[in-house]
Design a protein around this ligand. Structure first.
Ligand code: NAD
Length: 251
């Protein structure tokens, strides 16, 4: 088991990529604090993991990642419940968008930046401080997107936030290596999670055709890569982007 004895905090852990990663981490031996804006969903995830036979391996806490004090409190909660923190997966996010010239900045820009960009910064800051205080090092994995590296329709604000996640990852790796802290970003392509439900069936089938296997990626496939990145097996992967997009970025 690659994460035996490790403690992880996963934001957006109640659904989709985060939920699949909670289960993968637990199967690899980790204890996981599931952090989500929806406490009910996070608690349901804990119950589901317990039903699989992993009693005491997870706990749930409510936090809005766009509020620094919430993220800081979540990090402290992980330490209270499991004794320390080794890994943070900054994964919570929202998607969607409008044509640029139809934007209301307060509706179509600010919330996306607050959750998808500021939320990741807060996770890096709060976990980084905890890792430094522990003197144990740590791993920071953050979810960017294929849109963090390219322009896309209806994605002006989302792309900006996801590009910032890549920049944060490089800078955090550079600055925090002195504390034994590693940072990596992932760029998923088209993943079959609830975030995609807002799009039409036609658009979903276009999404699938944009990947080389001509299908949507399953969240468990992303979770497998995140578990590797969280483990000591990937110690030389630092400050970079790992493309988990089924070849989307070859075009
Ligand atoms: P999802 O909607 O299934 O999961 C997102 C989770 O984040 C939910 O549980 C939600 O409650 C939580 N969340 C939302 N806002 C929050 C906040 N302010 N504070 C705390 N939790 C909050 O979607 P997903 O596809 O699993 O998304 C996970 C990440 O992957 C997101 O960052 C998303 O942008 C990114 N991503 C997804 C895809 C895809 O195709 N699904 C592609 C690229 C990147």
């Amino acid at each position: 088991m690659r994460l035996e004895g490790k403690v992880a905090l996963i934001t957006g852990g109640a659904s989709g990529i985060g939920r699949a990663t909670v289960e993968k981490f637990v199967r690899e031996g980790a204890k996981v604090l599931i952090v989500d804006i929806s406490l009910g969903s996070a608690q349901r995830a804990v119950a589901e993991i317990e039903e699989l036979g992993f009693e005491g391996a997870t706990a749930a806490t409510q936090a809005d990642v766009s509020v620094y004090s919430d993220v800081e409190a979540a990090v402290q909660r992980a330490v209270e419940v499991f004794g320390k923190l080794d890994i943070i997966f900054n994964n919570a996010g929202i998607a969607g968008g409008k044509p640029l010239l139809e934007h209301d900045p307060e509706v179509d820009y600010a919330p996306m930046i607050r959750v998808d960009q500021d939320g990741v910064y807060y996770g890096i800051l709060a976990a980084g401080r905890q890792f430094r205080a522990q003197g144990t090092g740590g791993v920071i994995i953050s979810t960017s997107s294929i849109y963090g590296e390219q322009a896309a329709e209806l994605a002006f604000s989302y792309s900006a936030a996801k590009a910032a996640v890549i920049s944060f990852t490089r800078s955090a790796a550079y600055e925090l290596a002195q504390y034994g802290i590693r940072a990596v970003a992932i760029t998923p392509g088209r993943v079959a999670t609830p975030i995609i439900n807002q799009f039409s069936e036609e658009l979903k089938s276009t999404f699938a055709s944009e990947q080389l296997r001509n299908k949507m990626t399953e969240p468990e496939e992303i979770a497998n890569v995140v578990a590797f990145l969280a483990s000591d097996e990937s110690n030389v992967i630092n400050g970079t982007v790992v493309h988990v997009d089924d070849g989307y970025s070859v075009y």
